[in-house]
Design a protein around this ligand. Structure first.
Ligand code: GLP
Length: 247
């Protein structure tokens, strides 16, 4: 895994956006895998700047998002559909029909998941997948478990994740208990993966991902098996990582 060590969140955002912008310039019809959460917010702000100030066009880009809370309609303020619309899509020239996000109201979420994986294959696979990392080491909503799961499917959220994400809701009780999450097969099928980590709350998960064994109890550790992963992390997120690993 290539590690790009930067000072702070702002630098993560600029660096990540520059990689994504380069991907879009090199292949205007690329498939981008997109993430939500607080971490990619700055990256999206920077991509909006590229669009406005540097004429970067997303007209031919197609996107697939990692996950969605189960039970929330796309109109709900905390849905990931709403997040993507309000923090990226409405400010760039992407065509709404080219954006894909799991349907939080799917009546058969596991059948939906299978179709979502097939959709990704039919698009030609993900060229560049953006990821954040949960404080428990999750990627998308693939929570620590006793095995890795390949398929996109309905998942139960871990109590840790519910607590972490309660800050976006009025209270922890309001955080949905389930989500539809992209599975490991589609994530690892991406040609290139960018994973972002900011802040000391991620330091243990980052250390485990880089230095531990490949272990489903720390889902991000599976990225060790992928040939083209770049971690962009700030000093705080790398504060627990052994110095020699960073050289
Ligand atoms: C969320 C999302 C993940 C995200 C992670 C970290 O629950 N499902 O895709 O990477 O948790 O979130 P944040 O960036 O807000 O720390």
């Amino acid at each position: 895994m290539k590690i790009v060590k930067v000072q702070d969140y702002e630098e993560i955002s600029k660096k990540a956006a520059s990689y994504i912008a380069a991907q879009v310039q090199l292949k205007p019809s690329c498939i981008l895998g997109l993430a939500t959460g607080s971490t990619p917010y700055g990256t999206y702000q920077e991509l909006i700047r590229y669009h406005r100030e540097e004429d970067l066009s997303f007209q031919k880009v197609r996107t697939v998002n990692l996950d969605e809370y189960y039970g929330l309609p796309a109109t709900h303020e905390q849905s990931y559909s709403h997040f993507m619309r309000e923090n990226l899509f409405r400010y760039i020239d992407i065509l709404p029909e080219n954006t894909h996000i799991p349907d939080g109201l799917a009546t058969d979420p596991n059948a939906f998941g299978r179709e979502y994986d097939e959709l990704i294959v039919s698009l030609g696979g993900i060229d560049m997948q953006l990821l954040g990392i949960g404080s428990n080491g999750h990627i998308a909503f693939n929570e620590p478990d006793n095995c890795f799961v390949a398929q996109t499917r309905l998942v139960d959220l871990n109590h840790n994740t519910i607590e972490d994400n309660a800050r976006f809701f009025e209270s922890a009780e309001e955080v949905p208990r389930q989500a539809i999450s992209m599975g490991m097969k589609s994530i690892l099928g991406a040609k290139r993966i960018l994973i972002l980590a900011s802040g000391k709350g991620k330091a243990d998960a980052v250390k485990g991902m880089l230095e531990g064994s490949v272990d489903p109890m720390l889902p991000a550790s599976i990225l060790q098996l992928h040939q083209n992963v770049t971690l962009i992390a700030d000093l705080a997120a790398l504060s627990q990582t052994t110095e020699s690993v960073l050289r």
